[in-house]
Write a protein that binds this ligand. Structure first.
Ligand SMILES: Cc1cc2nc3c(=O)[nH]c(=O)nc-3n(C[C@H](O)[C@H](O)[C@H](O)COP(=O)(O)OP(=O)(O)OC[C@H]3O[C@@H](n4cnc5c(N)ncnc54)[C@H](O)[C@@H]3O)c2cc1C
Length: 404
């Protein structure tokens, strides 16, 4: 420690958790009264699967967050970002608006998640602010198209890069929102909005069985959504996109849900990385060669003994990994093994798809299961009630068309 270095404050219970997303928050929660110190730039965990609905206004954006201090009542929260690591001294350096801090640990949990590399002129969807901005942007395009209908074709063309869960759900939800809003615009009644999903893989929703993905593609096609697969977005320009097959589409809206990569903070912290920039760990989440350092969630390559493969970057896996790691840290040590319970996606207008324990559900049943699952998975009855109230409100009344 140099004379100008901040004094080292010890992590609560000896465990320091870097990142308060799905993985980090559930590790700290699982540690219970043993306590932990969480370092995170915000004081909440974001429930990302409901972010598309927050962007489309069927859920109030604040309701898809869970306060970390309530979720992990025994943990200490330090609002800031981990900027450096001294694994020999077992100290992490944290930069915060309140100053610089050094936190000493006995056990370090790396749970810094993933980042999306969004090109200029495209809109990301990763945070609550992104969701609010996206909704406002879409509502604004409708108003601007109304102001000058000669621009309507371009302004009412919405392109989504990536047709995985986030891309498909966000497109479907925003299309619903926009259709409701367009009822108030008689000047635009002859304009047909274009909703376009572009994905470089051969089909949409690569994470779900092919028959369900086909059902989802047919459902979207019936609503006039153009699904372009096997094609990449090669350039995003201020008022157009270029596709890898040479097509040019004029648009003011490109929503970017591809290009998810492990948080490059891992490299800055000097952690070992695999070829995809993830921190490789063993079946007990241990980072090779670093005493007392564990990693999990989207930033890590976690081998799953039940599948024999490295886990995909999903909440479901981050949550299960966190539950296992917190038990291991409490002394009940077992290798991580988890078989996915299924996957699901909502497609707007009370449609959805779900695979639960191998059973495939579609239509209103798939939608109901997907919503029920998220409701059950959201921590706290108060959060669930708020989301249920939002859904009920959105079902009874039209969604609010204001762009704030
Ligand atoms: C729009 C969207 C929809 C999604 N939908 C689904 C879905 O339906 N189903 C599903 O299974 N998965 C979904 N996912 C993926 C899911 O969100 C991730 O797999 C999951 O959040 C991974 O958890 P994590 O804790 O590793 O990362 P995160 O939840 O991203 O948490 C990482 C945390 O680390 C913090 N952090 C970053 N840098 C630092 C730093 N230097 N110091 C301290 N803290 C830092 C971040 O602010 C964040 O709070 C979706 C993702 C998005 C973006």
């Amino acid at each position: 420690m140099t004379p100008s270095s901040p004094a080292i404050r010890p992590a609560r219970g000896g465990t320091l958790v870097l990142g308060g997303g799905f993985a980090g928050a559930y590790v700290a929660r699982g540690l219970g009264a043993r306590g932990a110190t969480i370092v995170n730039p915000a004081n909440f965990m974001l429930y990302t699967p409901l972010l598309p609905e927050a962007a489309a206004g069927s859920i109030e954006p604040r309701h898809v967050t869970v306060p970390l201090r309530t979720m992990c009542p025994h943990a200490d929260l330090l609002l800031g970002s981990a900027v450096a690591l001294d694994t020999d001294a077992k100290v992490a350096h944290v930069s915060s608006e309140a100053g610089s801090f050094a936190v000493g640990y006995e056990r370090l949990v790396i749970a810094l998640g993933a980042v999306t590399h969004t090109p200029e002129h495209a809109l990301p969807l990763k945070t609550v602010s992104d969701a609010i901005r996206l909704r406002n942007h879409v509502m604004r395009q409708i108003e601007l198209a109304d102001a000058d209908p000669s621009q309507a074709e371009r302004r009412l063309t919405f392109v989504f890069a990536g047709a995985g869960f986030a891309g498909v759900e966000t497109l479907a939800e925003l299309q619903d929102l926009a259709e409701g809003a367009l009822r108030h615009h008689p000047r635009l009644k002859d304009v047909r909005p274009r909703w376009i999903a572009v994905d470089s893989s051969s089909r949409i929703l690569g994470q779900v069985p092919e028959s369900l993905a086909r059902f989802a593609a047919r459902t979207l096609a019936r609503r006039g959504v153009e699904v372009i697969t096997g094609t990449a977005l090669s350039a995003v320009q201020p008022r157009a996109v270029l596709l890898s097959d040479g097509r040019r589409i004029e648009t003011e809206t490109v929503v970017w849900t591809v290009g998810v990569a492990a948080n490059p903070a891992a490299a800055r912290l000097g952690l070992p990385l695999d070829e995809r920039g993830r921190v490789p760990v063993d079946e007990l989440f241990r980072v090779d060669g670093l005493d007392g350092v564990f990693a999990l969630g989207d930033i890590a390559a976690v081998p799953n003994a039940a599948t024999g493969a490295v886990d995909p970057p999903t909440c479901q896996h981050a949550l299960r990994q966190a539950k296992r790691l917190s038990k291991n840290l409490r002394g009940r040590i077992k290798p991580y093994a988890f078989k996915s319970l299924g996957s699901m996606a909502t497609l707007g207008r009370r449609h959805g798809i779900a695979v639960v324990f191998g059973v495939r559900l579609r239509g209103v049943l798939g939608w109901g299961v997907a919503r029920g699952y998220h409701l059950a998975a959201l921590p706290f009855t108060s959060r669930r009630l708020r989301v249920m109230a939002d859904w009920t409100h959105a079902a009874v009344f039209r969604r609010d068309p204001v762009a704030t």
